[in-house]
Ligand binder design. Sequence first.
Ligand code: PLP
Length: 399
Amino acid sequence: MTAMVTPHLFIPGPTNVPDAVRMAMNLPMEDMRSPEFPKFTLPIFEDLKKAFKMKDGRVFIFPSSGTGAWESAIENTLAVGDKVLMSRFGQFSLLWVDMAERLGLNVVLCDEEWGTGVPLEKYADILAKDTAHEIKAVFATHNETATGVSSDIAGVRKALDAAKHPAMLFVDSVSGVGSLDMRMGEWGVDCCVSGSQKGFMLPTGLGILAVSQKALDANKSLNGRMNRCFFSWEDMIKTNDQGFFPYTPATQLIRGLRTSLDLLFAEGIDNVFARHTRLASGVRAAVDAWGLKLCAKEPKWHSDTVSAILVPEGIDSANVVKTAYYRYNTSLGVGLNKVAGKVFRIGHLGALDEYMIGGVLFSVEMALKDCGVPVKLGSGTGAAAEYFVNNPVKPADKK
Ligand code: PLP
């Protein structure tokens, strides 16, 4: 390993920042109250809506991480004691439940096996039985980054519609938006939470929250409000409408966001999703070839942005991560909480191509071998290459 080479980053966020985005942030500090500033910010608010495929509503940009956007969604639409439906099946869905409880919500909880996702049938059943419409919001983690599980948000919408239930739909798509299809308008999502450091390919520091008109209306008609200040939508709206912010915005990051949106639109947002599916399929081909299993229990849960890979009994996955880091200059994601020591994660989202996937698979198979996992060197990289060659990018996906 040589210190001359930049470490290879394959954690599921922060992701690799494209050079164009990095250069766009390399600017002198600027005046965030200048009369020119709104010309820069107002189009960004509009363009962000395209990334979320929204019909109505607006997008807030907080100088926070995704956790702040989680908090903002709750505090601006719900009151202490409100009943909400949530599910827990990984570290991030667990943390969202924890936040909801700490903020005083009455959580109806579906505790699911880690490696599965949002339980659609249970949700449908609970919603159908809630004829008094006591449940004010239904929460769904679009992409559980800890276990590499994606959930069917359109299915949650169907469950709500089948029960003719008026609850709002809140989605955590921190490791989804910009890399996985998110159709807020079509799926009737009311609050969609994201952050800058994943599909938007930026450093951490922006909590991005897209909200529907229904959520904005709920905010206006709230009784028994939850206290809020920094994350208040009212303060944001007052200033955002003029192209400004209620407090000092992270101007460099927003400059970077302009460029990352330009890159996503230049490739075509649907082509970006197709690229993620293709690259993830290559990773999954490698996992098969190594004779290993994903933490995601069924193909319907497979995430196209992160793969959590189970190591065989008797092997500590933290050792695989450490070995990849020290011997091969490659950062992988560790297992969190219940799956600590059992899985390691490959983040495959953001600015990535086949070459980079080949690189991380190369490091992983060497680290596995070093740690005593009986993999055949070249098997995973070979299987991924095979997949990419046999599944060329469709001409329609090419620019
Ligand atoms: N939700 C998911 C699915 C995440 O992956 C993360 C972070 O990795 C979060 C929420 C929390 O976001 P942040 O760390 O930006 O606060």
